[in-house]
Structures are given as structure tokens and as C-alpha cells.
Design a protein around this ligand. Structure first.
Ligand SMILES: O=C(O)CCC(=O)C(=O)O
Length: 280
């Protein structure tokens, strides 16, 4: 499998993220962008009036393709979303970073609408508990995301994915301090072209900047965690599992045998074979 270049590996260790240019070609950008638009007419999990990070069931999203949308649990909608679980070129690097004892834990499509009303925000991933755990510099991460950009972002305040480089290693901030906003010193609003992919650690402070570009900024997010952790998108239906390869099923929690005590922490004997060679 492909591994990180020296520059990528260095950026990962020091900054907590790196950018993979051209992960999608222009046809794929158009295809996935259309697929995101198509989700709006369908029911699914969206942020409702629940606290941030919680999702409720809705019958459809706002039909305007430029308006805000944040849809979770994408796999059942189309095989193209299943394909991205272990997309070559990206997944290889995820395995290089996470190691082979990993699981797939979340899929998400976000459209950041252009509006003066959204100030942006930053956070770490994984909620209150995971925020308080920072592994050491030489450790594999507990979780990470691949974020596929489907809209060109060439200027600031265009819904940039904004990061605080190196914050994955620092207590940053503790809870009684101001939560870092995307316009605070140290924030880096990333630019990128549609088709680029940002790979970042769950413990990196990150988030969207305001979007005043005049158009919605679309992304797809795929989250991976260590196999002993619990996924966000918990239920994997038979309808999804039946459409997956052996490797994709393993990443979705199918160990190849029924659960028994020790499962998920002591991994199946064929784990390396399935993850490293199991694309078929
Ligand atoms: O929409 C964005 O730019 C950021 C998404 C995000 O913060 C996340 O995936 O946790």
C-alpha cells in the first residue's frame, strides 16, 4: 500500500494535518457534488434543534443546493459513498497513519451556505471525552478524518476549513477559556481546489470559517477510529453490508464471526490480510 511521503509525515506529526491535492478528478467532483444535491430530497440524519454534535431524523433538507446541509450516515444512499470508505490513494494514507487495527466510524456531507449570519466555529472531533485525551507525538491517533473538498476555496472567508496547526498536541483550550474562533490568532484558513482532500487528526482544533463567497461550499467527510472505539454511525444495516467488500465490511465492524468477549480489542487473525490486501 502507498505510504505518506516524508513531507506528509512531517506535516502530520508537527501540524496535525496535511492536504492531498487532486484526490478526485473533475468528473468525480461533479459526480459527488450531484450526489450531495440529490440527498436533499431524501430523509436522513441532520442537526435539528438538538445540542451541537447531535443529529435528528428529518424527511428532507432545504431543496436549494446552495443552502446549508449537514447529512450523516451516507452509506445507504448510493454505492459511491461506500466506495469512499477505502478509496485507494486516500485510505492507504489513513492506514499508514492509523495502523491496520482501525474501523470506519462516520460519513458526512456538509454544505456551508454563503451567508453573513454564520460566524464559523472551531472544535476538536469526538466530543467532550475525546477532547481531553491527547496521545503523544509518536503515537498513532485515536481517530482522524478525510475531508474531500468539492468546491474551490481560493480566498479567506469562503467557508475555508480552518485549523490551528499543532493544536492536536496541546491542551488548547481548557474548558473555562474562550473557545477558539476561526478569526483568532494562530488560525490558518486553508485554501484548496475542488477534488483536494484534507487529512487531519481528531484532536486538531479545526472548523469552518464564515462563507461570504456567494456560493455554498461542499465537502464529504469520512472518519476513522481505532477498532476498539465505538463508531458514530452505529447501525450498519444488512442492506449496506451486502453491498460492501470484505475489507469494507471489516471496517464497518464485521469481524468475520459473531461477537464474543474480547472482540474489537483483540482483533481477528486475518486483520492484516483483510486491511492490507483486501480491496477485492
Ligand atoms: O465544514 C467544515 O469546514 C469543517 C467540518 C468540521 O469541522 C468537521 O468535520 O469536524
Amino acid at each position: 500500500m502507498q505510504t505518506m511521503t516524508k513531507e506528509q509525515s512531517r506535516a502530520w506529526d508537527i501540524d496535525g494535518y496535511f492536504i492531498l491535492e487532486g484526490a478526485f478528478d473533475p468528473d468525480e467532483v461533479k459526480f459527488y457534488s450531484d450526489q450531495i444535491d440529490a440527498l436533499r430530497a431524501k430523509p436522513g440524519w441532520e442537526p435539528t434543534n438538538l445540542p451541537r454534535g447531535h443529529y435528528g431524523w428529518v424527511e428532507h433538507a432545504d431543496p436549494d443546493p446552495e443552502s446549508f446541509m449537514d447529512r450523516r450516515d451516507l452509506l445507504s444512499y448510493h454505492d459511491c459513498f461506500i466506495d469512499l470508505i477505502d478509496r485507494p490513494g486516500v485510505f492507504d494514507l489513513v492506514v499508514d497513519i492509523m495502523g491496520p487495527y482501525l474501523a470506519f466510524s462516520m460519513s458526512q456531507a456538509i454544505v456551508r451556505a454563503s451567508t453573513p449570519e454564520f460566524p464559523g466555529y472551531t472544535h476538536t472531533d469526538g466530543g467532550e471525552g475525546l477532547r481531553r485525551i491527547r496521545v503523544t507525538e509518536s503515537s498513532r491517533p485515536l481517530a482522524m478524518k478525510a475531508m474531500y473538498l468539492l468546491t474551490d476555496v481560493a480566498e479567506e472567508n469562503h467557508g475555508n476549513f480552518t485549523v490551528f496547526p499543532g493544536s492536536h498536541l496541546r491542551p488548547y483550550p481548557e474548558v473555562d477559556e474562550t473557545i477558539p474562533a476561526p478569526d483568532m490568532p494562530g488560525a490558518v484558513p486553508l485554501m484548496g481546489k475542488a477534488g483536494d482532500c484534507y487529512l487531519f487528526s481528531h484532536s486538531l482544533w479545526h472548523g469552518p470559517s464564515p462563507n461570504l463567497s456567494g456560493r455554498g461550499r461542499k465537502t464529504l467527510l469520512y472518519n476513522y477510529c481505532q477498532q476498539f472505539m465505538r463508531p458514530y454511525d452505529y447501525a450498519v444495516t444488512a442492506a449496506v453490508a451486502d453491498r460492501c467488500t470484505r475489507r469494507q465490511r471489516r471496517l464497518l465492524g464485521d469481524l468475520g464471526y459473531d461477537f464474543r468477549p474480547g472482540s474489537y480489542t483483540y482483533v481477528p487473525e486475518d486483520q492484516l490480510e483483510v486491511i492490507m490486501n483486501g480491496a477485492a
